[in-house]
Ligand binder design. Structure first.
Ligand code: PNW
Length: 462
């Protein structure tokens, strides 16, 4: 099976997960600094203070990417490096770092793919209400204009937001992610302000970046499979909150009936102001999709223990699924990754094909796909056949979708390096390159060699 040249093969990271140097060159604190330094929030008390020390090892990491032959590299820009308080002065040294990164990529023939927001909100903006405040969307548009004006002549593809689902529901619903706020209506308010930030951000980018640059957004769209007679109703509620609440306003210009009905007991959406939907609906050049696993759902009948195999049990204080707390997430058959996520390449095929049918003219990119496993170092090597198998099977599913007509422009393996896996800290390793957290040395795993060969030959032995 051959992967078409039109499908860029790259790898992805995010600023807070790899950079470290959190006080360098005028960077301000973000909500993830505050959250990770709050006892009990992140496994083992891990923080991003040092992470992979990428900020100081930039040149060596660029050489590593070149040695793998990456065609594109997806990274995120840390908002608090560019505008440390979120609303005050611009920090030129922060812009300079990303300018060096971009020039280093271009010098090595690697296309820069930049995400503006991968969850590191300046703490100053959180103190003013964070994503519960619509002003944050306006600050985001200003930041997009600043970054776009400084870097927009050299970036291949821009992404406004990475996985606003996580920002809204984990950040302001369950509290599992920064800023750790719990509630029901709060996450939907955050959803709307993130949607508004996206729309205003696209407009800001379009006014400053080179017209050939693609503008996009990345969603972790959910694939939910129905179980039993109540399965379809459960799927509808889950997809309303996970997918339609973003795709509806961003691409179709409305919060659709499934969203309004699912959230009827939670909010009347009174925070949606006149004109917002026109701002939010902006044409994008590519839709980014992050894909890891699927879920299997039905409605809970109120008897027995409610199953929450997605790991997001509601508490008295908050929920990940406001208005859909009656959905049961059933355990999925194995094998599972170290995250406990099931491995279901057909879900990627199904998702890509459903998007292709729904938006036939909209190109897609798989902006994240990958797996954490309990890697072991033996004789100075990491042999990770499970990861190779995971990547191979998902790429085969993607190639099948391309063969069936889907327009997929890129695939970004998550992640280049082992890194700070949010609430799990350093305990989960997604990298194709191992990071020794004592020495910070990089060691390409067998999967890195496999991926490098694939990029060179494009021959998928599936
Ligand atoms: C994504 N969930 O996060 C992020 O974009 C990456 O930064 C992250 O490292 C990667 O996937 C692996 O987790 C997610 O709880 C975090 O369902 C949590 C969830 C989904 C995606």
């Amino acid at each position: 099976m051959r992967l078409p040249r039109s499908l860029l093969l790259g790898s992805a990271t995010a600023a807070y997960q790899i950079e470290g140097s959190v006080a360098a060159d005028g960077r301000g604190p973000s909500i993830w600094d505050t959250f990770s330094h709050t006892p009990g929030r992140v496994a083992h008390g891990d923080t991003g203070d040092v992470a992979d020390d990428h900020y100081r090892r930039l040149d060596a990491d660029l050489d590593l990417m070149a040695s793998l032959g990456l065609e594109a590299y997806r990274f995120s820009i840390a908002w608090p490096r560019i505008r440390p308080t979120g609303s005050g002065a611009v920090e030129q040294r922060g812009l300079d770092f990303y300018s060096r990164l971009i020039d280093g990529l271009l010098a090595r023939g690697i296309k820069p793919v930049a995400t503006l927001y991968h969850w590191d909100l300046p703490q100053g903006l959180e103190d003013a209400g964070g994503w519960l405040s619509r002003a944050t969307a306006e600050r985001f548009a200003e930041y997009a204009a600043i970054a776009g004006a400084a870097l927009g002549d050299r970036v291949h593809q821009w992404t406004t937001l990475n996985e606003p689902w996580c920002s809204a529901y984990l950040g302001y619903g369950s509290g599992a992610h920064a800023p750790g706020i719990t509630g029901r209506e709060s996450s939907l308010r955050a959803v709307h302000h993130l949607n508004l930030a996206h729309g205003l951000g696209v407009q800001a980018l379009r006014s400053v970046v080179t017209p050939s640059a693609a503008v996009s957004v990345t969603h972790n769209l959910h694939v939910a499979r129905p179980e039993g007679p109540t399965g379809e109703a459960a799927v509808r509620a889950v997809l309303a909150l996970a997918n339609e609440v973003f795709l509806g306003p961003q691409l179709d210009g409305e919060y659709p009936a499934s969203v309004i009905e699912t959230t009827a007991g939670v909010t009347d959406w009174g925070f949606v102001a006149e004109g917002d939907l026109a701002h939010i609906r902006q044409p994008v050049d590519v839709l980014g999709v992050n894909y890891y696993a699927t879920s299997r759902v039905r409605l809970w009948d109120g008897s027995g223990e409610r199953q929450t195999a997605d790991g997001h049990a509601p508490s008295d204080e908050g929920t990940t699924w406001p208005g859909a707390e009656h959905v049961e997430f059933l355990p999925q058959p194995g094998p599972h990754t170290a995250m406990g996520w099931n491995i279901d390449p057909d879900g990627l095929y199904d998702l890509v094909m459903s998007l292709h049918r729904r938006y036939p003219a909209l190109p897609l990119a798989i902006t994240e796909n990958g797996a954490a496993f309990d890697d072991r170092v033996a004789d100075g090597e990491v042999d990770d056949p499970e990861r190779i198998d995971y990547l191979r099977r998902h790429l085969a599913a993607l190639a099948r979708a391309v063969g069936d007509g889907a327009d997929v422009r890129g695939y970004y393996q998550w992640s280049l390096l082992d890194n700070f896996e949010w609430a799990y800290g350093y305990s989960k390793r997604f990298g194709i390159v191992r990071v020794d957290y004592d020495t910070l040395e990089r060691l390409p795993k067998a999967s890195a060699r496999w991926y490098a060969d694939l990029i060179r030959t494009r021959e998928l032995d599936a």
